[in-house]
Design a protein around this ligand. Structure first.
Ligand code: SF4
Ligand code: FE2
Length: 627
């Protein structure tokens, strides 16, 4: 067993960029050069353009904007707007899933695949389940979920899943999120010219908006995706560009919402479509994925993962991609002009993500079947347009076992311990491993890639060091894909672990890095932390568990960070969220908020230091518990 190294990733990319150069393609690698160095004011968060008296920027000679706002207010408002953008985005994804659930029907495009989970949520929400048809119940639950976005009173229903101590903190600190749309709107209101410029107030609202995402919109996105498409269970797949198959029609799904990708997979698997592909000269159809939508279909169908965020251009550069089909979020507008250099069809499907140089096939849940069929057919029809001299798929892939939902983790860990833990169906076996020290703790590795960090290196190096130190990794999003591409989700990666974690991997038959899903599925991690706290009688903040986003880049990631720290989990970032221009903001986020939520951020751009700080924090938490 051998990991694929970042050097090997890079060599493969270089080879693809040579093809790109031949056809005059642009790439992020070139654009980064053109954009470097970045604007210093923007980097520090001290540029303001929220009113038209500006834009204003803070310098030693001009310490206040025209309205008199200082650096702390400007950085704070920018931080809150950034968070609101992320919370809105994840939550709107959740809302789309609520609508898909609402559209589900026995004879419709979408079915309920996990009725038990639906019933469980209905009961949790106090919805009568007796005597109801499952689709009647699905409509009622979906509608109740949709109300969470705009209800005039009360806080998010899912907050009750948190331990009482956490709920008390949220109440006391006035950060328990109300209606999701309200938290987003309030954030935009507060950061409007002439409203809040007090860092404490802006950060508090950032935490609340984040919580409306993690324990609101994202959690509904996750839960209802499970209801519709099935709760993930361990499943084998493969990762990296080598999953594309030269002889086949290659369809790459990219984006986030499984409503689209699930349907594409369904139709790509249709015998009629496969026969048509053969008629057109291909051997078959291969669907692979990029970014989170890839995580969604990998976990539920074993669809292979072509790559993560910064590989999205690479799939087109293979010259073997008939169609890259996207829904929302993290999609490079570059894919338009890039696909024009090849035969690739760049198909956008959502009114929310429309881009130049793309073909727009509007997708919606009522016509999902027809839409998906048209997309798969368009890809097949495009196979004959390939330019063989441009085709090169790097011969590089790794095996991965994915699909570790909370339910799956609880199940695989049942029976791992040899002592009297007889409560199956709880997190107690995992707790036992942690208290006995067999596992020292856990790191939730999440987030994107960012060219500011050598892509994937931080993810992979951090994970390697953690598992060698008996720290188990749960991973999601592009971080999970980095791990899969490298081979860290192959069960054989147990050989890279310390003796304790290795033993657990053997007993439970798991890889040391557990794939928990897409970015909205970080809500799964919150539920796992909540369960661990409840089962142990500890507070979440006492658990030897930390969160880490070493290569994050999007607004969504900041929203995530805010709900992870607000849940009591220390969060480690490898990229600064544009707050270095305000000592007050930086101090609040890395220290002050600990007085409110018992956790805070650590920002460290030196990745080796970052991992050491995480390990230190985990050991500190153990020491405080006397374990
Ligand atoms: Fe300048 Fe104040 Fe307007 Fe911002 S809000 S652009 S600091 S005047
Ligand atoms: Fe994502």
């Amino acid at each position: 067993f051998k990991l694929t190294t970042v050097e090997e990733f890079e060599a493969a990319t270089d080879r693809l960029l040579e093809t790109g150069a031949k056809v005059g393609a642009d790439s992020w690698q070139l654009r980064v050069k053109n954009q470097t160095p970045h604007c210093k004011f923007g980097e520090q968060g001290i540029c303001c353009r929220i009113c038209s008296m500006g834009p204003c920027r803070i310098t030693p000679k001009a310490p206040r904007g025209i309205c008199g706002c200082d650096a702390h207010g400007i950085v704070g408002r920018n931080y809150l707007k950034f968070t609101a953008g992320g919370a809105a985005t994840h939550s709107d994804h959740g809302r789309e899933i609520c609508h898909t659930l609402y559209e589900s029907a026995a004879d419709g495009n979408y079915k309920v695949k996990d009725p038990d989970k639906l019933i469980r949520i209905a009961k949790e929400w106090g919805i009568e389940t007796e005597g109801k048809d499952i689709y009647e119940l699905a409509h009622e639950v979906a509608e109740t979920g949709l109300m969470e976005y705009g209800k005039p009173f009360g806080t998010q229903r899912f907050l009750k899943r948190a331990p009482q101590t956490t709920q008390d903190i949220w109440e006391k600190e006035e950060i328990a999120p109300r209606a999701i749309d309200r938290e987003v709107a309030t954030s935009l209101h507060m950061s409007h010219m002439g409203c809040s410029s007090l860092p404490e107030a802006l950060v508090r609202q950032s935490l609340r908006a984040g919580l409306s995402d993690g324990w609101g919109g994202s959690m509904m996105g996750t839960e209802f995706s499970d209801v519709l498409f099935g709760t993930p269970k361990p499943i084998d797949t493969e990762a990296n560009l080598g999953v594309m198959v030269e002889e086949n029609v290659n369809i790459v799904v990219h984006g986030h919402d499984p409503s689209l990708s699930e349907m594409i997979c369904e139709y790509a698997d249709d015998p009629e479509m496969i026969a048509y592909a053969k008629e057109m000269g291909a051997k078959g159809i291969t669907v692979s994925g990029v970014c989170c939508t890839s995580n969604e279909v990998a976990m539920r169908r074993g669809i292979p993962m072509a790559g993560n965020f910064l590989q999205q251009e690479n799939v087109v550069l293979t010259g073997a991609c008939e169609a890259i089909v996207v829904d929302v979020q993290c999609i490079f507008p570059a894919l338009g002009p890039l696909s024009k250099c090849f035969h690739t069809k760049f198909i956008t499907t959502s009114p929310i993500a429309q881009m130049p140089d793309s073909e727009f096939i509007r997708f919606n849940s009522k016509t999902a079947g027809e839409n998906a069929k048209a997309i798969v057919k368009a890809a097949i029809d495009n196979f004959k347009n390939r330019k063989p001299e441009l085709v090169h798929i790097p011969d590089m892939k790794q095996k991965a076992t994915v699909g570790y939902s909370v339910e799956a983790i609880v199940k695989v860990l049942d029976g791992v311990t040899n002592t009297q833990v007889d409560e199956t169906g709880t997190t107690k076996p995992l707790l036992e491993c942690i208290t006995s020290g067999v596992i020292r703790g856990a790191v939730a590795m999440v987030g994107c890639n960012n060219p500011k960090i050598r892509p994937d290196t931080a993810h992979i190096e951090l994970m390697k060091k953690c598992i060698a130190n008996d720290i188990i990794i749960i991973a999601s999003g592009c971080s999970a894909q980095a791990a899969a591409k490298a081979g860290l989700m192959d069960k054989s990666a147990k050989d890279l672990c310390g003796a304790g974690l290795k033993r657990v991997c053997e007993l439970a038959d798991i890889p040391p890095v557990l794939h928990m899903g897409s970015c909205v599925d970080i809500s799964r991690m919150m539920i796992l932390a909540a369960e661990l706290a409840k089962d142990s009688g500890l507070k979440i903040s006492q658990l030897p568990v930390v969160g880490c986003a070493p290569e994050w880049m999007s607004e969504k990631a900041v929203s995530i960070g805010n709900y992870v720290v607000s849940t009591g989990i220390d969060t480690f970032l490898g990229v600064d969220p544009y707050v270095s221009g305000s000592s007050e903001m930086a101090e609040l986020l890395t220290g002050g908020i600990r007085d409110w939520v018992e956790a805070a951020y650590t920002v460290e751009t030196d990745i080796e230091k970052l991992v050491d700080l995480m390990i230190e924090r985990i050991e500190e938490k153990r020491e405080a518990l006397g374990i």
